[in-house]
Design a protein around this ligand. Structure first.
Ligand code: NI
Length: 266
């Protein structure tokens, strides 16, 4: 359906149990509106589910990886387990991977958890580069650390290291640092109700921006507080056009094409 697509949600979790009662309807509502979607893995199990969804549905792609909050001494990123999922034809990136300081359990050994999160982040970067796929970055109170790791990896991999900073909530300077590394930056429905994103949305060039929902979380206005779904990415596109003061069609087409080229969708 890529030829007839109008929108894309580059970060969804339609594999989550929130969709168990009506997943088929959620997927068909998106398809009818021309919304492509990329479901993003958080665990090995979730990543397997995502690959099955990609295999089953047209216009549905997958990203596989281990979310930083899932990394524990007992649950590490295992390249051997993930490699066949990464190699899959409809897997378009590795992630979501990164560092999450915010949700670290105070009862745990913080230094140890940060160390293993970093190791697993680097392992996922290496696997993405090996398969010439980008990474989908999750960051929470960790932009400085993530940029430091990316710069270090960039010195080894060069432009083979590509990716997107998902649910971007950093500063203008941090956004610029991601852009300098060649990364794209994506925004969710949070921009429809949180004013502090306006400056960022104005700052990031349209040709370096991607649209996402992060559903089932952060439904945009007018669906705020309800379960989110990929169809609602249309509200994110509208808001980006409004903030940037551009024609809706210009923004819609740019965001779709940016994602098709960033993830080499076909
Ligand atoms: Ni996510």
């Amino acid at each position: 359906m890529i030829e007839s697509a109008k929108y894309i949600d580059v970060h969804a979790h339609v594999n989550f149990e929130e969709y168990d009662p009506d997943r088929e309807e959620v997927l068909s509502r998106a398809k009818e509106a021309g919304v492509l979607m990329i479901n993003v893995g958080t665990t090995l199990e979730a990543s397997k589910q995502i690959v099955s969804l990609s295999e089953k549905y047209d216009g549905v792609y997958g990203i596989v990886g281990l979310h930083p909050t899932e990394v524990t001494p007992m649950n590490r990123f295992n390249t051997h387990d993930f490699e066949p999922l990464v190699a899959h034809q409809k897997t378009v990136a590795v992630g979501e991977c990164g560092i999450d300081v915010y949700r670290l359990d105070p009862a745990e050994n913080k230094e140890e958890y940060l160390r293993i999160q970093e190791e697993d982040f680097r392992a996922q970067i290496a696997l993405a580069v090996k398969y010439d796929k980008p990474i989908m970055i999750h960051a929470r109170e960790s932009y400085g650390k993530i940029l430091e790791i990316l710069k270090d990896c960039f010195s080894v991999y060069g432009t083979k290291l590509r990716g997107n900073a998902h649910f971007f909530a950093g500063s203008i300077e941090e956004a610029q640092a991601f852009l300098d590394l060649g990364f794209t930056i994506s925004f969710t429905g949070v921009i429809t109700f949180a004013k502090q994103y306006e400056e960022l949305v104005r700052f990031v060039p349209l040709n370096r921006m991607l649209s996402e929902t992060d559903c089932p979380f952060v439904a945009p206005v007018p669906f705020r507080g309800r379960r989110n779904e990929p169809l609602y990415v249309t509200e994110v596109v509208k808001k980006i056009a409004e903030i940037k003061g551009l024609e809706f069609e210009t923004v819609r087409i740019a965001l779709l094409n940016n994602a098709i080229s960033a993830f080499k969708l076909q």
